[in-house]
Design a protein around this ligand. Structure first.
Ligand code: GLN
Length: 477
């Protein structure tokens, strides 16, 4: 599917560092791929052609002078448009941020650029990352490159589609309840949500701060590992980032899966389509054939994840989104007095799903209901965490479907928010536990559409998670 040749990010960077490949040519190839298909895909809110060309010229100059442009030299990246880029609009696909240009870069943006990666654009998302199909964007939906009558998943649908369509070598998304893994599955690319705190979130526009985490989309497990090796690590600007270095994931994927214990969740909530379930069954068989052992585990509180999430995430969102009041950011609708201005601005600026979350969250936090809803949800969250921890004493990783179905048609979930929320049944519990999870493409299901298998692991067990993902990927070659 990717337009430019499927070579690894590491080999591209090596060639650019050696001066045998020009970053300028790589950028032109990607801009040409964008020109050809972006009109039908709409992966981007903004394509940064001039900036990308200028950055490529600087990288080629560095290499020509005998300096090292970095481990991602000339590798192109698309950024979900909820990551701050200095002087460049950052919209969260919301009207309420119209015209806002952040005065600083997110740490991940700075880190990637320092490593030689070239930003080609800002990608579309469900408004403020709330959704599972990218249909909630104020700027219109993104289409799935495998079938443009279908959604790419969400909320990071633009980032997933950009990689699947060959618009960039890799991209970044954010995952609060599945927003990297689910679109990765639906678009047939690798998507990783690292352990909470693995990657700095400084400059990521907050949705639900106790859950949000940044991670990569890539064409291969190895590329995703390389990107995480670059962006992972402590950041003094993000007090939730883990203050210790992470072991190399690129190094870890060389090891096989022999002797690893792969957990099957016996009490996993039902709901996966038969074509998706068939791929998951095959994934277990594949790992067993590669020398791993399959063990049955139970994670009883898993099935309460969705309910707890839809109290905790909206509660945090209602607080985080209070700042968009027409005073400091973007849109302002003038009115007779300040209160009316706040109301008019928020009424005009937020879409339906964002308003629904703000109201749900405000209700869940209000006096008299706090203990019954928010407080209860926090207790359930603890149970989910503890159940997972127990399971990880018996299994090194757990395997589940990423998404219950392959990519669905636009409008298929109608105006039933609950049908949409069910897309995240298998991804959400991991966010509540703070654990890492990733989706790896594992063949196709109904109508030849991509299916992803989800690999879950305990806190900071990314090396093992990547080993398993790499083994599944190898078996597909
Ligand atoms: N789809 C989920 C939601 O709408 C998860 C979103 C996310 O991970 N950002 O909240």
């Amino acid at each position: 599917m990717a337009a430019p040749a499927m070579v690894t990010a590491a080999s591209i960077a090596a060639a650019v560092r050696a001066g045998t490949t020009k970053a300028a040519d790589l950028v032109e190839q990607h801009l040409a791929a964008i020109a050809a298909r972006e009109p039908e895909i709409h992966a981007f809110n903004l394509v940064l052609a001039d900036e990308a060309r200028a950055h490529a010229a600087r990288i080629d100059a560095l290499a020509a002078e005998g300096n090292d442009p970095g481990p991602l030299a000339g590798v192109t990246v698309a950024l979900k448009d909820n990551m701050c880029t200095r002087g460049i609009p950052t919209t969260c696909s919301s009207k309420i941020l119209a015209g806002w240009k952040p005065p600083y870069d997110a740490t991940v943006v700075r880190t990637l650029q320092d490593a030689g990666a070239i930003v080609v654009g800002k990608t579309n998302l469900d408004e403020f990352a709330m959704g599972s199909s990218t249909e909630n964007s104020a700027f219109g939906p993104t289409r799935n490159p495998h079938d443009i009558s279908r959604v790419p998943g969400g909320s990071s649908g633009g980032s997933a589609a950009a990689v699947a369509a060959g618009f960039s070598h890799f991209s970044l998304g954010s995952d609060t309840g599945g927003s990297i893994r689910q679109p990765a599955a639906l678009c047939g690319v690798v998507g990783v949500k690292p352990t909470y705190g693995y990657v700095s979130r400084y400059g990521l526009v907050a949705f639900a701060s106790s859950l949000d985490q940044i991670g990569p989309f890539a064409n291969s497990v190895e590329d995703a590992a390389l990107v995480l090796d670059v962006i992972g690590g402590h950041d003094p600007h993000d007090s939730t980032s883990i203050p210790q270095p992470h072991p190399s994931l690129v190094g870890a994927i060389q090891q096989g899966v022999e002797g690893l214990r792969i957990g099957r969740i016996a009490d996993l909530p039902a709901g996966a389509d038969p074509d998706v379930q068939a791929r998951l069954d095959l994934a277990f068989e594949t790992l067993q054939a590669a020398g791993a052992t399959i063990v049955d585990v139970e994670v009883p509180a898993f099935s309460f994840g969705l309910t707890a999430y839809y109290l905790i995430a909206p509660a945090e969102a209602s607080s985080n989104l209070a700042r968009y009041d027409g005073v400091r950011y973007g849109l302002r609708v003038e009115a007779a007095d300040t209160d009316s201005m706040y109301g008019a601005t928020r009424t005009a600026g937020f879409g339906d799903e964002v308003k629904r979350r703000i109201m749900l969250g405000t209700y869940a936090l209000s006096a008299g209901y706090y203990d019954a809803y928010y407080g209860k949800a926090l207790k359930v969250r603890r149970l989910i965490h503890d159940d997972f921890e127990r399971a990880y004493q018996q299994a090194d990783v757990l395997l589940t479907p990423t998404s219950p179905s392959v990519a669905f048609k636009f409008g298929a979930k109608g105006d039933n928010p609950f049908a949409m929320y069910l897309c995240d049944t298998y991804t959400i519990p991991t966010n509540l536990a703070g654990h890492p999870g990733m989706s790896v493409p594992f063949g196709t299901g109904a109508e030849g559409l991509p299916v992803g298998v989800q690999v879950l692991a305990g806190t900071l067990q990314e090396p093992t998670m990547f080993r398993v993902a790499a083994a599944l990927e190898r078996s597909m070659k």
